[in-house]
Design a protein around this ligand. Structure first.
Ligand SMILES: Nc1nc2c(c(=O)[nH]1)N[C@H]1C(S)=C(S)[C@@H](COP(=O)(O)O)O[C@H]1N2
Ligand SMILES: [Mo]
Length: 323
């Protein structure tokens, strides 16, 4: 039953609407919805204009990713149509996500590294080179968008972390703060969700050119609703692999279990590479809907980024690579 309730995000937007209404109504009845939105607007205003990283934008465009072969998704749509379960199961969490407090923001680096450390987000920005990349994003729900992200290659952060050779995987973790993010409050969604949100990559994936740490989008610091101040983006994998609002990165010798894998391993695996020929157990992945339109286009293996990443999987054919 829990699985059924929380998986509104797997349905096309129109089909999911009645459930969103239901959940929002429950929030209202619980006296939470209105309060958190009010707070959110206040703190959002307080933060506007004082983002200390604003000076880094717009960043230099990386010519390798200058054209994603599709129109860029409108900024307004992109910042207001989101998956961010910390703030609720509907796609319309952008107002609620204004409650996300993005300063001070620290990232803890630990696990199999020479010396664990914690770094402030603004100090991290001083140690990396930001660039803009226009890439496609493919959600496991079969919708797609195209985003002008700003950020830096994940491998730069891996280098800063100085992992030991016992490190085989990298785990990303999102904040855990039920007071700030009502979606993390146990009673509302049954208390069964394994917060905080975590996701993981192999070291080979993490040091691939395409794995990107996002700090901005649309030529400015990334919107709260899209995972401020620091999120991952892996264009060749289903969207749930790209954790938002990261405050901890742990290097491990054991393969980490992601948030969705923990909930439903048969449907959401570790690898989750886009493949139109491998259906989700409950729907086809052959096509994707372009966000903001009713257009459906054929999906592509590795979301069309095989030239960068196909080699990573050559020796892994025994694995469930596409789910
Ligand atoms: N912490 C966290 N990260 C997350 C999610 C989430 O609910 N919480 N949703 C994932 C999913 S399913 C997708 S498709 C993308 C959506 O990113 P967007 O809202 O910027 O489009 O974020 C991913 N990262
Ligand atoms: Mo997704």
């Amino acid at each position: 039953m829990l699985i059924k309730t929380i998986h509104g995000w797997e349905l096309p937007e129109r089909a999911a609407t009645p459930e969103d209404v239901f959940i929002n109504r429950r929030e209202l009845l619980a006296g939470l919805g209105a309060g958190s939105i009010g707070l959110g607007l206040l703190s959002g205003k307080a933060e506007a204009g004082v983002d200390p990283s604003a000076k880094y934008y717009p960043a230099t465009k990386n010519p390798k990713f200058a054209d994603a072969g599709r129109e860029i998704t409108g900024e307004k749509l992109n910042t207001s149509y989101n998956n961010f379960y910390e703030f609720g199961t509907s796609k319309r969490i952008s107002k609620g996500a204004q409650a996300l407090k993005i300063r001070p923001w620290e990232i803890k680096i630990d696990g199999e590294v020479e010396e664990p450390f914690t770094i402030g987000f603004d100090d991290l920005l001083k140690k990396v080179m930001l660039e803009e990349r226009i890439v496609r994003h493919r959600c496991v729900e079969a919708w797609a968008m195209t985003v002008p992200w700003t950020g830096f290659p994940l491998k730069a952060l891996v280098a800063l972390a100085a992992p030991k050779n016992t490190a085989k995987y990298v785990q990303f973790q999102t904040f855990h703060d039920p007071e700030m993010a009502p979606g993390q409050k146990p009673p509302l969604f049954g208390g069964g969700l394994p917060w905080p949100y975590t996701e993981g990559l192999t070291m080979a994936e993490a040091t691939n050119d395409l794995a990107f740490m996002v700090t901005g989008a649309y030529g400015k610091p990334v919107a709260n609703s899209m995972g401020a101040p620091l999120r991952l983006h892996c264009p060749w994998k289903y969207g749930f692999k790209s954790a938002k609002s990261i405050n901890r990165i742990t290097f491990t010798s054991k393969r980490p279990v992601g948030f969705w894998e923990n909930i439903q391993a048969a449907e959401y695996g570790f690898w989750a590479n886009v493949n139109p020929e491998v259906p989700h157990p409950r729907w086809s992945q052959a096509q994707e809907r372009i966000l903001g339109t009713d257009d459906k286009v054929p999906s592509k293996l590795f979301n069309g980024y095989g030239e960068f990443v196909a080699d990573l999987y050559k020796d892994l054919q025994g694995e469930v690579l596409y789910r």
